[in-house]
Design a protein around this ligand. Structure first.
Ligand code: 5GP
Ligand code: MN
Length: 323
């Protein structure tokens, strides 16, 4: 579903605004940050006053810190009542953390997103689940605006595409995704440099944390589920932070015997953040939505305040009704 008229409406709102305040989802991944920074860069070079942020914790994972971050401000410095607030890659209002208050006070809210669980919110909502990444939607809007793709913008958008498609191998990869990637490389994105930053390096402590988490992985053959958990102690023992373990689920899910992978992240404040992946048999997006979260069919998550064992039990008891 490609919603051309609302992309045009979005382009018009961006063109008309003198100040644009951009926000992506908390704990930003390559698509959230890449799509936001690309639009920020483009708007700034067209005379707009621009600021970009995301809700606490205000930490960018090291693998993404090569992106052009000059327009980023901490959430505390974000405009309290923005003229035009653009929300990127956020499937629901709660995904932007404390900046939801700023969105409430904004003159106009524009939502650019591709999550299938997004029910549509904001004054203008471009929700295109057919887009592999929010970066694709931003690319289309830049085309509509006739704003040139500089090498920096190309780098941010290519990062968005690469990360949300798992390097162009997930089922969301379409001919259009590859056409856009081709245009971005022609415009100056360097796949080798991006890949090096995003995929080819981790802090040494990650290896130690991964060893602990994978060491306690559990395979439930009957339910076709592989699961594990990671605690704040695991991270502090290895000298790393939450932002460093985004890719850990990708190792856990390699277990051939399991359709579904579940990684529970136990925060010290009592919240558990669950990341789920499916090989295809399970719609983890609808399962996550039932538990107050969301995402895509094959990659989703939710955040809940409960004991680790109870969270896993909640997921297990719901699995069969999402297969
Ligand atoms: P990840 O497991 O990599 O954090 O997230 C996988 C997908 O699920 C992403 O598209 C992400 O936006 C979505 N997701 C993860 N956690 C949550 C959550 O707590 N709430 C919602 N609505 N979506 C989430
Ligand atoms: Mn995304």
């Amino acid at each position: 579903m490609s919603d051309v008229s609302s992309k045009q409406e979005a382009a018009r709102a961006i063109e008309e605004a003198s100040k644009i305040s951009l926000v992506c989802h908390v704990g930003p991944d390559g698509d959230a940050l890449g799509s936001m920074l690309a639009l920020a860069e483009a708007a700034a070079s067209h005379g707009k006053e621009v600021q970009a942020s995301f809700g606490s914790p205000f930490v960018i994972q090291d693998n993404l810190s090569f992106l052009p971050v000059s327009h980023l401000v901490p959430p505390g410095d974000f405009d309290e009542s923005p003229e035009l607030m653009v929300l990127l890659d956020a499937g629901s209002p709660d995904r932007i953390g404390e900046l939801a208050a700023n969105a409430k006070a904004a003159d106009k809210v524009l939502v650019l997103d591709h999550h299938v669980t997004n029910e549509g919110f904001g004054d203008i909502a471009v929700v295109d689940p057919g887009a592999a990444a929010t970066g694709e939607i931003v690319y289309d809007i830049l085309l509509l605006l006739d704003w040139p793709i500089t090498p920096q913008i190309a780098t941010s958008l290519h990062t968005a595409l690469v990360t949300d498609t798992g390097r162009f191998q997930y089922s969301n990869t379409t001919p259009r995704t590859l056409e856009i990637a081709s245009e971005l490389i022609a415009a100056g994105a360097e796949p080798a440099r991006i890949g090096q930053h995003v995929y080819e390096e981790v802090p040494f402590g990650y290896l130690q944390a991964a060893a602990a988490v994978l060491g306690r992985a559990h395979l439930d053959v009957d339910m076709s589920v592989v699961s594990s958990h990671v605690t704040e102690d695991d991270l502090s023992a290895s000298g790393i932070g939450w932002a460093d373990i985004d890719g850990l689920i990708d190792t856990l899910r390699l277990a051939r015997e399991a359709d579904t992978a579940v990684l529970l992240k136990q925060h010290s404040d009592g919240r558990v953040k669950a990341s789920m992946r499916s090989r295809g048999r399970t719609d983890v997006g609808s399962l996550a939505a039932e538990l107050g979260g969301g995402g895509h069919r094959l990659a989703a998550g939710f955040t809940i305040e409960a004991e680790l064992g109870d969270v896993l039990a909640q997921v297990m008891s719901r699995l069969t009704s999402h297969r």
